[in-house]
Design a protein around this ligand. Structure first.
Ligand SMILES: Cc1cc2nc3c(=O)[nH]c(=O)nc-3n(C[C@H](O)[C@H](O)[C@H](O)COP(=O)(O)OP(=O)(O)OC[C@H]3O[C@@H](n4cnc5c(N)ncnc54)[C@H](O)[C@@H]3O)c2cc1C
Length: 477
């Protein structure tokens, strides 16, 4: 029987990076992955294809708004066959790069499904059985189908289908208001589909602040997406002409018909076929594997990382968790757990929504004192000249020294701008530290300096003199 020091089940972002680090630390390592196509969710059906399409949709949207900038662009229409071909080519290149890394020989790659026989043995779909000293579970997530009347009998699209479209659908009802639902609803709308988004909670993107969600919501409605939040889904039906979704909104029963239904109601951990109980690995009722801060499960030599373990479906977390597990298994001294106080989140809608660190509602709930200041995009020269008027930058800081606790940005390129705070939070920087940094004019990043200045003025510490106000070509200048 083959035996390994570190056996990884699932070769996605978490599993691949765990195996890469484990092998580099001298552990005899193998990855077991039963996918028809190797590469993992992020490359094949997640981040990369979705961001390819969203960027195209943004370019199209700007071209269609050409007259705003004084441009005569007669027709700006999507060529879905060309878009699809470009997406496929790019994804094939990214996946090929990953496949080469998986087959580099630094660890063993086994193309099979795996499940536990006991706490040290994994059975493979090709009939073999492997022994391992340490095991990492990185089996990812799958689309969930919540119990909504008629949904199981109605043909629906998942994000996989939307990402693979080579035509413009006439109309789509999107069920859900999470990240995937919102990003792809806007893509569908911008390529020319009539889109209705039906969301159960009072605002879309409910994990974010109501202020931030409302900005994205307004942008969606201004663009022409029909959006219903705070609904109660009743049933879904279909006939020859398409689908019908029935829901209660503002106390009234509403119906919306469309050619297609997109189920974007969320994903669930992909752990159902692993036979976790045979290994004594504990999972929550939804299948999410319980881990400690070292990614160890209830069996200390079995680790879990990525979407199957949570707490969020975010690639850089999956990578950090996988690498941590490998280092912990290799007994590397000085390893540190993942710091969720630095939680970084990006929603690639337009306007984008990004947060890092502590959220205002967390600080309120835990009674932590903080200072807050925000500044709108529509009062700054660079964003005004770009017609990027939705949104704001908000900074949260500790009142004594002005140490930055968190930031929230809604607006053009918020997903890039939020990284101005990544190093700041990691290094425990204060607003004064950040204000000492150079900020080029005119940039969107300059907007960040305004709430920093406001907080600096509010901090009564004397540790550092607030820098002089700089000039900017915003309405305030
Ligand atoms: C549309 C969409 C857009 C997204 N956009 C972003 C984004 O912009 N930014 C971001 O950070 N995150 C994004 N995500 C989330 C991100 O893709 C995931 O968090 C990440 O890919 C999860 O990585 P993972 O390693 O946990 O799982 P995966 O990458 O899913 O890997 C799991 C692997 O396990 C294998 N496997 C499963 N079961 C078994 C078994 N029993 N035996 C053997 N192998 C098995 C599978 O074949 C698969 O290769 C997006 C997700 C979606 C759906």
């Amino acid at each position: 029987m083959e035996s390994y020091d570190f056996l990884v089940i699932g070769g996605g972002s978490a599993g691949f990076n765990a195996a890469r680090v484990a092998a580099s630390l001298g552990l005899k390592t193998a990855i077991v992955d039963g996918a028809r196509e190797l590469g993992g969710l992020c490359i094949l059906r997640g981040c990369m294809p979705s961001k390819t399409l969203l960027y195209i949709a943004e370019v199209l949207h700007l071209a269609q708004k050409g007259s705003t900038f004084g441009l005569k662009i007669r027709t700006a229409r999507p060529d879905m066959k060309a878009i699809h071909a470009r997406k496929k080519k790019l994804i094939a290149e990214f996946a090929e790069y990953r496949r080469k890394a998986l087959a580099s020989g630094k660890f063993t790659l086994i193309r099979a499904q795996g499940h536990f026989v006991d706490a040290h043995h994994v059975a493979l779909s090709d009939g073999r059985k492997l022994h391992a000293k340490h095991i990492l579970i990185g089996t990812g997530s799958k689309v969930g189908t919540p119990p909504i009347e008629g949904l199981d009998r109605t043909p629906f699209w998942t994000s996989d289908d939307v990402l693979d479209l080579d035509f413009v659908p006439k109309s789509v009802v999107v069920l859900g208001g999470g990240i995937v639902a919102c990003e792809l609803a806007q893509f569908l709308h911008r390529i020319g589909a009539r889109v209705v988004l039906v969301q159960r909670s009072p605002n879309i993107l409910r994990d974010h602040s109501a202020d931030a969600s409302v900005v994205v919501q307004k942008a969606f409605v201004d663009e022409g997406i029909e959006l219903f939040a705070g609904t109660k889904l009743q049933r879904v039906t279909h006939d020859r002409r398409g689908i019908t979704v029935e829901f209660i909104h503002d106390g009234k029963t509403m119906r919306r018909h469309a050619a297609h239904l997109f189920n974007a109601l969320g994903r669930e951990p992909n752990t159902g076929s692993l036979q976790l109980a045979a290994a004594g690995v504990q999972a929550r009722p939804n299948g999410q594997i319980v881990t400690n801060r070292w990614q160890q499960t209830s069996q200390p030599h079995i680790y879990a990382a990525g979407d199957c373990a949570g707490p969020a479906e975010i690639v850089h977390l999956a990578i950090q968790q996988g690498e941590l597990a490998a280092r912990h298994a290799a007994k590397i001294k000085g390893v540190k757990p993942v710091d969720y106080g630095l939680m970084l989140n990006v929603v690639f809608t337009d306007p984008q929504l990004a947060t890092i660190g502590r959220l205002e509602r967390e600080l309120d709930q835990t009674g932590v004192a903080y200072l807050s200041a925000n500044y709108p995009f529509n009062d700054h020269g660079k964003s005004i000249l770009m017609e990027a008027n939705y949104g704001y930058v908000k900074v949260l800081a500790e009142p004594q020294r002005g140490r930055i606790l968190g930031a929230e940005i809604v607006g053009k390129d918020a997903g890039e701008l939020i990284h101005c705070f990544s190093a700041a939070l990691t290094l425990n920087a204060t607003v004064f530290d950040l204000l000492r940094a150079p900020w080029y004019h005119p940039t969107l990043a300059e907007i960040i300096t305004y709430p920093l200045e406001e907080i600096a003025e509010k901090v009564k510490s004397g540790m550092c003199n607030p820098p002089p106000r700089r000039k900017h070509a915003g309405k305030r200048a």
